[in-house]
Design a binder for this molecule. Structure first.
Ligand SMILES: Cc1ncc(COP(=O)(O)O)c(C=O)c1O
Length: 388
C-alpha cells in the first residue's frame, strides 16, 4: 500500500540542509575529526541549581499528573515576575501560556488565527518554522521579508507589501544573522502591525544571550504592543535546557487565549516538574541583571566569538562581532552550499545560508557551540584552506 502526503506537506520546500547533513554523516563515518559549528544547541550544561531542582521535582510524586493547558499557575506567575524584573513589563496570568518549546508555540499560533490562503510575513533568511511549520502547514502563504546586510538585517517596513497580510514574524536577536535591535526599531514594528491590522509574533528566544553590555528589549516594552503582539521566549538557550522543552508565550490576551485553545486540542502541556524547575530558573534573576551563571555563560560565548571573528577578519572575510546570539553570520561571497562543502573537506561543519531562505545565499552561519580550543583548531584549518 502507498500513502500520499497531504497537499500542505507536499508544499513544504525541499529540505536544503539534507545534502550537507548527508556529507557530515559520511565524514563522521570515515572517522574524520569533525568540528561541528552547524548546530544551534549549546554544548554547555544547565547550571547545577537547575539539575538539583530537577532531581527534587521529579522525585515529588505529585508532579506526574497532567498539567493545565495554559500552564501551572505558579509557572505563569514566575513568568510574569520575570517579565517585571527583566523588562519592566506588567503581565496578568492570563497573558501567559506555557509551551513545549517556543518552536511549538510559533507553529501553533497560526492555527488559531490564520485562514487558508492568508499571507504571513516571514524573515528571509529566517528560522524555517515561521514559513514552514507555522505558515505552509496551516495552508497559508509565506511572504518573504528580505533581511539585507545594508539594512542591518532588518526588514524595510516602508516598502513591505501589507496587502491581505494576517500575521508577521520577527526575531531579534536574530537567527541566523545574529543582528540585534533597539527599542526604536520595535516601535516601528508595532506601528506597522497597528496600521495594517497585522498580528505581530515576536520571537525573543535569544534575548538573554548577549555581550558587551547589550540588553535585548522586549516588544511588549513598546507602547501599544499589547494590542497587537505576542512574544515567544524559551528556557532552551537561556538556561541550556534545549532538550527539556519548556518555553512560554506572553502578550495580547486574545492571542494567548487562541493559542491556548489550539494547544488544548493538541497537547497537554509541559510536565509539571519541568514547569516548576523553569519557575526556579526564572526566579534566579534578582532584578533586570542576569544571574551569575548566565553572565559566565555569555562570557564563554563572547570569548569564542572573538577567537573566530578575529581569525575570519584576518583571512579577509567581512564580519562583525555580534552583540547577541551564539551565531556568527559570514558573507562568504560565493555559493553557500559549495563553501560549506569546501569547509567540510578540512573537517569544519557550518550551515549554508541558503537553507534559511533565498536571501541567505552567499552567507554561512557558524555556531559558537564548541569549546574555545575547538574554535581555535577550526580557525587553523580555515587559515590553511584560505591561505593555500
Ligand atoms: C530563532 C529561534 N526561535 C525558536 C527556536 C526554538 O527553540 P525552542 O523550541 O527550543 O524553544 C530556535 C531554536 O533554535 C530558534 O533559533
Amino acid at each position: 500500500m502507498t500513502f500520499e502526503f497531504a497537499d500542505r506537506v507536499k508544499r513544504l520546500p525541499p529540505y536544503l540542509f539534507a545534502e550537507i547533513e548527508k556529507l557530515i554523516k559520511e565524514k563522521k563515518a570515515q572517522g574524520v575529526d569533525l568540528i561541528s559549528l552547524s548546530i544551534g544547541d549549546p554544548d554547555l550544561p544547565p547550571p547545577p541549581f537547575i539539575i538539583e531542582a530537577l532531581k527534587a521535582e521529579v522525585a515529588d510524586l505529585k508532579n506526574h499528573n497532567y498539567s493545565f493547558s495554559q500552564g501551572e499557575p505558579d509557572f505563569r506567575l514566575a513568568v510574569a515576575n520575570w517579565y517585571k524584573k527583566r523588562f519592566h513589563v506588567d503581565l496578568e496570568q492570563d497573558e501567559v501560556v506555557a509551551l513545549l518549546g517556543s518552536k511549538e508555540g510559533l507553529a501553533n499560533i497560526s492555527r488559531a488565527f490564520v485562514n487558508v490562503g492568508d499571507r504571513v510575513l516571514v524573515p528571509d533568511p529566517g528560522y524555517p518554522v515561521y514559513a514552514n511549520g507555522s505558515t505552509i502547514l496551516n495552508d497559508a502563504v509565506p511572504v518573504a521579508m528580505p533581511l539585507l546586510q545594508e539594512n542591518g538585517f532588518k526588514p524595510d517596513f516602508e516598502n513591505l507589501d501589507s496587502k491581505e497580510v494576517k500575521m508577521m514574524f520577527l526575531n531579534y536577536p536574530n537567527n541566523p544573522t545574529s543582528a540585534a535591535v533597539d527599542k526604536a526599531f520595535l516601535k516601528q514594528a508595532v506601528e506597522f502591525a497597528q496600521d495594517n491590522g497585522v498580528i505581530l509574533c515576536y520571537d525573543n528566544a535569544y534575548s538573554e544571550i548577549s555581550f558587551d553590555g547589550y540588553k535585548a528589549p522586549s516588544i511588549l516594552g513598546v507602547d501599544g504592543a499589547m494590542d497587537v503582539a505576542v512574544e515567544f521566549h524559551s528556557c532552551s538557550k537561556t538556561f541550556n535546557m534545549t532538550g527539556d522543552r519548556i518555553a512560554f508565550a506572553v502578550g495580547n490576551r486574545q492571542l494567548i487565549s487562541g493559542l491556548t485553545k489550539v494547544k488544548s486540542q493538541i497537547d497537554s502541556g509541559p510536565p509539571v516538574y519541568i514547569q516548576r524547575v523553569a519557575a526556579k530558573a526564572l526566579g534566579s534573576y534578582t532584578d533586570d541583571e542576569p544571574p551569575e551563571f548566565l553572565k559566565k555563560n555569555n562570557l564563554v560565548y563572547a570569548e569564542r566569538r572573538d577567537v573566530l571573528v578575529d581569525r575570519l577578519c584576518s583571512l579577509g572575510f567581512e564580519c562583525e562581532k555580534p552583540k547577541a546570539t551564539f551565531y556568527v553570520w559570514v558573507n562568504c561571497k560565493s555559493d553557500s552550499m559549495k563553501f560549506a562543502t569546501e569547509l567540510l573537506e578540512v573537517g569544519v561543519a557550518v550551515t549554508p545560508g541558503i537553507g534559511f531562505g533565498e536571501h541567505g545565499e552567499n552567507y554561512v552561519r557558524f555556531s559558537l557551540t564548541q569549546p574555545k580550543e575547538r574554535l581555535e583548531e577550526a580557525s587553523e584549518r580555515l587559515s590553511a584552506l584560505f591561505q593555500r
